[in-house]
Design a protein around this ligand. Structure first.
Ligand code: LLP
Length: 429
């Protein structure tokens, strides 16, 4: 089913007309499709059913309470990276026993919270952190901290330099060669319980080869540690990529194949490339998808303010800025942009830019779009992951409202911020 689609030329999220929604709630506006999120969750589980994985949704991708509770009700666990995300999962009614706690810089307070609430495990990123967790757990007599080491398998996964994580050139994980010794060192420690092992090789990975290579490299190590220390699970991390090009037209919610896009792996290819190796392990398998579940389940709707022609270029200024969706400015990320109303005949080539005082505040260069006028709306696609969760109030711009659509129902799941919200806690001198 196409959850973002055109009907009579007009853009819809499920059964809800996006232009009417923007009339009612204003712009910029994040709109998510609940059906798409659930569909992606089920498809991933379905593709991997041979190993019956526990899916721990990576909260950082989109941490709205409504998104978390939707996934919690579907049975999802969670991957959190801060005390704040842990509180969100609790607030949303997620099961903390299905929650893994990652991050390179956990504070004592965060470790204590994880212990108190009973996370499934801490994903540990350095030996110093392991020592710290042991120390904090030691103060709480009788409570062993469940820990798994995050292994850096040193596999090149491609993608943008700022989101690759699985090589020795970045800060994540413990080097592959040092992992076994670290487990051995803490094997008899009564303050810790060694429960699993984790890896994460990067984000927006659209080929199966890096996953296969990383799993293949990890298997002998995982087997050895399973036998030696009784590890219960192997967590493969997240990183399954989505199609950003042509997200609307490609069908199936645009999450895999697109005739225009470079061919991305299908979910079946991802699964079949790793399942045989995983089955043989006979361990619990965890996955930490973020973008895959929510990326193509959201759009950012914005309104055209002005058009202008400089000596060289045509610009369309919209009311959403890089503070609302930073991915194009930060990663040169491509997001498809479409007119919300029925496209007018003809096409112009234009740069879609925001109002923020930065040259980098550009959503798309030289886009061929139907001619737009003041008051027209555009939808920026694939904005469900790392959109609102990375939004800021730079230029004292209140963050957008968020809406969750389910069938013909649209629910505001976060009110638009006000300027007064932004200076809450400040004092005049
Ligand atoms: N697990 C770990 C340990 C992670 O570090 C991440 C993402 C995930 C899971 C989820 O990855 P996903 O399935 O979403 O690829 N802001 C960037 C992406 C940063 C990803 C950080 N880690 C972007 O907008 O592209």
């Amino acid at each position: 089913m196409h959850r973002f689609h055109r009907k009579g030329g007009k853009l819809y999220a499920e059964g809800v007309n996006l232009d009417s929604l923007a009339d009612r709630l204003g712009t910029p506006l994040y709109v998510y499709s609940a059906g798409t999120i659930l569909d992606h969750y089920r498809r991933l589980r379905g593709a991997m059913r041979a190993v019956d994985p526990l899916i721990c949704y990576s909260v950082k991708a989109n941490s709205n309470l409504a998104v978390l509770s939707l996934l919690a009700r579907a049975g999802s666990g969670f991957d959190v990276v801060s005390g704040g995300e842990l509180e969100r999962v609790r607030k949303a009614g997620g099961k903390i026993a299905k929650c893994v706690f990652a991050g390179v810089g956990k504070t004592d307070e965060e470790i204590e919270a994880g212990l108190r609430y009973g996370v499934k495990a801490f994903h540990v990123e350095s030996e110093e952190e392991l020592e710290r967790i042991a120390l904090v757990a030691g103060r709480k007599k009788g409570r062993r901290a469940p820990v798994s080491l995050r292994v850096n398998p040193d596999v090149e996964a491609g993608g943008h330099a700022k989101i690759t994580t699985g090589t020795y050139a970045n800060k994540f994980g413990i080097p592959y060669e040092l992992v076994a010794a670290a487990y051995r060192r803490y094997a008899g420690d009564r303050r810790l319980k060694l429960v699993g092992i984790q890896m994460h090789i990067g984000s927006q990975i659209t080929r199966s080869a890096p996953f296969r290579a990383a799993v293949r490299k990890m298997i002998p190590l995982v087997e050895r540690l399973r036998d030696r220390h009784g590890l219960e699970y192997f967590d493969l991390g997240g990183g399954v990529g989505i199609v950003y090009e042509d997200a609307l037209a490609s069908g199936r919610d645009g999450w895999w194949k697109s005739p225009k896009a470079e061919r991305a792996m299908t979910l079946a290819e991802y699964a079949t490339s790793i399942i045989p190796m995983l089955r043989a392990l006979k361990m619990e398998i965890l996955l930490e998808p973020g973008r895959f579940l929510v990326g193509n389940a959201g759009v950012l709707v914005a309104e055209v303010l002005y058009r202008k022609q400089t000596g060289k270029k045509h610009f369309t200024v919209i009311d959403a800025g890089m503070n609302d969706l930073v991915r194009p400015a930060m990663y040169e990320a491509y997001h498809q942009i479409e007119s919300v109303e029925k496209p007018r005949p003809g096409a112009i080539s234009t740069d879609i830019v925001g109002p923020v005082c930065e040259s980098g505040d550009v959503f798309g260069h030289d886009r061929a779009l139907s001619p737009l006028e003041r008051g027209d709306r555009v939808a920026i696609f694939s904005a469900g992951a790392y959109g609102f969760s990375m939004a800021s109030s730079y230029n004292t711009r209140p963050r957008p409202a968020e809406v969750l659509v389910s069938g013909t129902k649209a629910k505001v799941i976060r009110k638009r911020e006000t300027v007064a919200d932004l200076w809450r806690g400040e004092k005049k001198s």
